[in-house]
Design a protein around this ligand. Structure first.
Ligand SMILES: *Cc1c(COP(=O)(O)O)cnc(C)c1O
Length: 383
């Protein structure tokens, strides 16, 4: 029996040829495939600009820098996310405030965010980082209204949701990361995500000034536009104007991303099929507390079920070579964040979710046979 992970990449011969072609070309990094991937990705998402970077965490770091987060700035995010969504605030010396999740959607609860904002003097908080957790889109229209009321910026962590969307108050589809409501959105191209580059990330925005700043910061703070040089010594000249990083994506990774992007819709359709089969198989089962279900606009990076006796089930599944996983250990309970005073009981809904949640295998190359084996193994455990 082969190992069944909760998620995995899908690499085709076309992907391999795309990478090999670049390896045989003149450019390994910063060649023509980087802007091609950026433009194609921006188009796919429906945003004006995209900046490719070395990974999703680098994308988050550049966002907090571009928005000017500094020592003591308070930023709100969810405890049910990958640690990087919070860590990016710490990279810029800001402070992280957590707001609890909604028990049904598992997304950060806008009412909890509002409570937090209203309980402090105006200006206490600088920004919000909502996460399209598991692939379910946050209602960013509502967050924009709240952010405007309290003068906040928004970074949408859309790592789980390229191709996901919500329907706005006018009935219009709003894609995750389309830049209409959030200043900036970020994506990851880690192999378990929808589009794999090995490592890779993308920032999307509709703001030209932020776009220019991000491009400079991605490459050492070197000004990309010669018209904006303060000095010019000659044709060899380049100018570093601020402290930046090397967070570039290579040309062969961009070629892989480009090739993967062509199958993005197909991937979401297959993920939705898998989710629908889980939904139907588990509906009404007594050992289930709640499941993700079939949700409009969901990108299904993860399919999550809350089980009774989750800990016993996860061990049983491992014995059957099924590597279901827990997403996530609440970030506020990590020892690193406990040092700032966060403790057990601070986020009761997140902590209760954490006690029961399990991410079942979902990825385009998961076969129907494999999925039925997963379902049967779960049923066998509860019999
Ligand atoms: C994967 C992920 C990241 C980080 O992306 P990397 O490319 O692994 O650095 C950030 N936030 C969320 C929600 C993620 O799932």
């Amino acid at each position: 029996m082969t190992k069944i992970p909760y998620g995995r990449q899908n690499i085709t011969d076309d992907d391999i040829h795309a990478v090999v072609d670049v390896l045989k070309s003149d450019y390994l990094t910063q060649g023509p495939h980087v802007p091609e991937f950026e433009q194609s990705f921006a188009k796919y998402i429906g945003a004006k600009y995209a900046v490719a970077v070395s990974n999703g965490t680098a994308a988050l770091h550049l966002c907090t820098l571009a928005l000017g987060v500094k020592k003591g700035d308070k930023v709100i995010t969810t405890p049910i996310t990958f640690a990087a969504s919070a860590n990016c605030v710490r990279y810029a010396d800001g402070d992280v405030a957590f707001a609890d999740i909604d028990p049904v959607t598992y997304l950060i609860d806008i009412n909890k965010v509002r409570e937090l904002l209203e309980s402090s003097p105006q200006g206490t908080y600088k920004g919000i980082i909502p996460v399209d957790f598991a692939g379910r889109a946050v209602d960013l229209e509502a967050y924009r209204k709240l952010a405007d009321e309290f003068n906040l910026w928004i970074i949408e962590d859309a790592c789980h949701a390229p191709g996901g969307y919500f329907i706005d108050s006018k009935g219009k589809q709003q894609n995750c990361g389309n830049g209409l409501f959030a200043e900036l959105a970020i994506f990851s191209f880690h192999p378990v995500k929808h589009i794999a580059c090995g490592e890779g990330g993308m920032i999307t925005t509709n703001d030209k000034a932020l776009y220019d700043k991000l491009r400079n910061l991605r490459s050492h703070g070197i000004q990309q536009n010669p018209e904006l040089y303060q000095y010019n010594h000659g044709i060899w000249y380049y100018e570093m104007q601020e402290l930046g990083y090397n967070y570039r994506l290579t040309d062969f990774q961009s070629a892989l991303g480009m090739s993967q992007l062509k199958r993005a819709y197909e991937g979401i359709n297959r993920r939705t099929e898998i989710a629908t089969l889980y939904e139907n198989e588990f509906a009404g089962k007594p050992y289930i507390i709640q499941q993700t279900g079939v949700v409009h606009g969901h990108a299904y990076h993860l399919y999550i079920v809350e089980f009774n006796n989750r800990d016993g089930l996860i061990r049983h599944l491992r014995d059957n070579n099924i590597f279901a996983q827990v997403h996530y250990i609440p970030v506020h309970l990590m020892p690193y964040y406990r040092q700032f005073g966060w403790k057990d009981g601070d986020m009761p809904i997140s902590e209760n979710y954490y006690a029961h949640c399990l991410s079942l295998p979902i990825y385009p190359s998961l076969t129907k046979e494999e999925q039925l084996f997963v379902i049967k193994s779960i049923e066998a455990f509860y019999e």
